[in-house]
Structure formats: structure tokens, C-alpha cells
Design a protein around this ligand. Structure first.
Ligand code: GRF
Length: 195
């Protein structure tokens, strides 16, 4: 299976996903694409020998379909079977998502359906939750919705800040996403639940 990974920043999830696709793994990374030319993950992908592309969203301000057509044009070239969003910070419309239905994954730093959207760690702390975590789901036109493919839980500790909690969640993301992708690429949609 050919996998494209969309990033917007450091790409730590992209790195762990790409590093997991070796040996008898049924998938290989064929493209890392970012909407941000300065994304640190682009250099990491290049260092790993993975083809990269940039589609800057700013020239398409007010023209989401135009931005998404440019994204799709890069995908038409790379011909991936699976699309993984990993720290990709742009909302995608139904027009882009529909053709990828069943072949597109996203990781979100909360125990969905709790805390869709942004600032998930601060919101979990605000709510006094004892547990928090991350979720991998199939992407549907609804933001941070879609069939669950994996979930990982972490404890919320006494003096956690959004940053300390985010770091604990990110560590689990790096375990969860590769485990989900390995199953998904083999055609197995049984959810991965950690620990
Ligand atoms: C992190 O906040 C992570 O929780 C979310 O995207 C952000 C950046 O991740 N999935 P990455 O290091 O770019 O993969």
C-alpha cells in the first residue's frame, strides 16, 4: 500500500509512521505534503528519502476548493492508496474528503467524541478529567468525527499543565498511529485500544 502523509508542523507523527513502514509492513510512505513551506517535518521527510510537496494555503484565501484541488493534484501524481493526516491543521471540505472515504485517517489529541477541535489538553484540564488521550479515526466531512480506528489513554496528573499533558499524549500518539496504520493497511479495521 502507498501512503501519503499530510503535515503542518514538526511532523513527529509523520516520522514515527514513516519509520514503522519497513520490513513486512504492508505499506510504504510515498509522499509527505505540508501546507506550510517552513514545516520542520519537511526536512525530516527529505532526510528519510521520502518525496515531499508543499501546497501553501495562503494564496487560496477564501478559495478552499482551489486549495483542495491543488492538494488533489499532488495526490494524483503520488497515487497513494491511503492518506494519513498527522498534525495537519487545515479543515478539509466534503468535496475533498468524499473521494477518500474509507482510505483517509486522522489523529486527534483527545478521547473522541470528547473535545473535538482545538486546545484539547487545556479543555481536559479545565474539566478536571482524570484521563485524557488520543484517537485515530477515519476522516469524514464532519470535523474530528468518523469511525474510530484506535484510542490511547493517559492519566492526567496532579500538577499537569497543557504542555506536560500534551507531551504525554504525543508519546502515546507515536505508539497508536503506527499500530493503527499497520492494521488498516492490512485491511483490518478492528480498533486498537491502548494501553
Ligand atoms: C500535536 O499537537 C499532536 O497532538 C497533533 O498534531 C500536533 C503536531 O503533531 N496530532 P506532529 O508533531 O506535527 O505530528
Amino acid at each position: 500500500k502507498r501512503v501519503a502523509i499530510f503535515i503542518s508542523g514538526g511532523g513527529s507523527n509523520m516520522v514515527t509512521l514513516a519509520e514503522s513502514m519497513t520490513g513486512d509492513h504492508p505499506a510504504r510512505p510515498v509522499l509527505v505534503l505540508s501546507n506550510n513551506a517552513d514545516a520542520g517535518g519537511l526536512k525530516k521527510a527529505e532526510a528519510m528519502g521520502i518525496p515531499t510537496a508543499v501546497v501553501d494555503h495562503r494564496p487560496f484565501k477564501g478559495d478552499r476548493p482551489g486549495f483542495e484541488a491543488a492538494l488533489q493534484a499532488e495526490l494524483d501524481k503520488a497515487q497513494p492508496d491511503i492518506l494519513c493526516l498527522a498534525g495537519f491543521m487545515r479543515v478539509l471540505t466534503a468535496g475533498f474528503v468524499e473521494p477518500w472515504k474509507g482510505r483517509m485517517l486522522n489523529i486527534h489529541p483527545s478521547l473522541l467524541p470528547k473535545y473535538r477541535g482545538l486546545h484539547t489538553h487545556a479543555r481536559a484540564l479545565e474539566a478536571g478529567d482524570a484521563e485524557h488521550g488520543c484517537t485515530v479515526h477515519e476522516v469524514t466531512p464532519e470535523l474530528d468525527d468518523g469511525p474510530l480506528l484506535g484510542q490511547a489513554r493517559v492519566p492526567v496528573l496532579e500538577n499537569d499543565t497543557p504542555d506536560t499533558l500534551a507531551a504525554r499524549v504525543l508519546e502515546m500518539e507515536h505508539k497508536l498511529y503506527p499500530a493503527v496504520l499497520r492494521r488498516f493497511a492490512a485491511g483490518d479495521k478492528t480498533p486498537v485500544l491502548l494501553p
